[in-house]
Design a protein around this ligand. Structure first.
Ligand SMILES: Nc1ncnc2c1ncn2[C@@H]1O[C@H](COP(=O)(O)OP(=O)(O)OP(=O)(O)O)[C@@H](O)[C@H]1O
Ligand SMILES: [Mg+2]
Length: 328
């Protein structure tokens, strides 16, 4: 058990009837970072978060938050975490200000301190103008922002953000992302669940991909991308006459199909990374060295990384939600 970990779970399980919603999840979330929990609908993300936030009892395994057990030390855990749920928690009939004031008082702050903090948060979240409107009349983006404001009234050590930007337009999503970055800059650890790879790509330093209640991949974005191996080498030759030779050399060196571009000096080959211990960059470098050895001059070359979308598809056989679907 390390105190440098905000979250540690070992074989965490939650069963609903005969559905093992969370089926042996092991997580290590370093303190002070944004950690992404990525997965398709029904993967078990919200269920995992609820157990960590002490809102659901695990049926097996253990879960520690800053070293405290969510079952045995539930009160300690509750004192350090805050949750912004997929289904939000502010009172629709109250105004933005009233919601934050009420929460401030519930958290034990004085009247004056509560007022000050509410005003400060409304300002920071761009909600000052809407402060005296009932939350039920807020737009989706405003609603999401007041939810997050409510959850950081007391700066928590660990903040759970469960799909904080689902359904938001790109501009509102960017605002929420800025807020998350600001919260983390103040030392809070964030566990972010999302179906959007671009969101995880923007915010998270490490990501666990979860599907059918299990972690099927874990690592930094770079590691996850490298793990599916995909990537493409684009090469431009000095001399179009050498393209057939270059094609032959690259086919052998990369063990891949080489595509001839419309541009007569250009070729593209996928680096699949399969059947070799080498990373894509190393493979590409060796292929370039082969070209040089054959006396083929390369004018220009680029190695493209696969997107997290490709990673997700390769791992789950399912397409993630796209930004377009998010706004629809
Ligand atoms: N209270 C509950 N009772 C019964 N089944 C539940 C309950 N909560 C969740 N489940 C089931 O557990 C599984 C995981 O659900 P969960 O909400 O954790 O998924 P998720 O990854 O958050 O999905 P989404 O992206 O749709 O929010 C699903 O099959 C779901 O139907
Ligand atoms: Mg969910």
């Amino acid at each position: 058990m390390s105190t440098d970990l905000a979250i540690e779970t070992n074989g965490l399980v939650k069963v609903f009837g005969d559905n093992r919603a969370v089926d042996g999840v092991d997580l290590r979330v370093p303190a002070g970072t944004v950690y992404g929990l990525l997965g398709p609908n029904g993967a078990g993300k919200t269920t995992t978060v609820k157990m960590l936030a002490t809102l659901l009892r695990p049926d097996g395994g253990e879960a520690l938050v800053f070293g405290s057990d969510v079952l045995k030390d539930a009160d300690t855990v509750r004192g350090r975490v805050s949750l912004t749920g997929q289904y939000a928690s502010v009172d629709e009939d109250l105004t933005g200000t009233e919601n934050l004031l009420l929460l401030g008082r519930l958290l034990g702050h004085g009247k004056r301190a509560s007022r000050e903090r509410a005003a400060q948060l409304l300002d920071a979240f761009g909600l000052t103008e809407a402060a005296d409107r009932q939350v039920k009349n807020y737009s989706g983006g405003m609603r999401r922002r007041i939810d997050i404001a409510a959850s950081i009234l007391n700066t928590p050590d660990l903040l759970f953000l469960d799909e904080p930007t689902t359904g938001l337009d790109p501009r509102s999503r960017n605002q929420v992302w800025d807020i998350v970055r600001a919260v983390v800059a103040q030392g809070t650890t964030v566990l972010l669940t999302t179906q959007y790879l671009d969101e995880a790509d923007q915010l998270a330093s490490r990501i666990a991909v979860i599907d059918h209640g299990r972690v099927i991949a874990e690592g930094t974005k770079g590691e996850l991308k490298a793990s599916v191996g995909a990537g493409a080498v684009h090469v431009r030759l000095r001399d179009a006459d050498r393209r057939p030779d270059a094609e032959r050399v690259l086919t052998v060196a990369l063990n891949a199909t080489v595509q001839l571009e419309a541009d007569p000096v250009a070729l593209t080959a996928r680096v699949n990374g399969h059947g070799t211990e080498l990373g894509a960059a190393e493979q590409a470098a060796r292929a370039l060295a082969e070209l040089a050895r054959e006396g083929i001059t390369v004018d220009n070359f680029a190695l493209g990384q696969p997107s997290l979308d490709e990673v997700f598809l390769a791992l789950t056989d399912r397409k993630p939600a796209t930004e377009k679907e998010a706004v629809a």
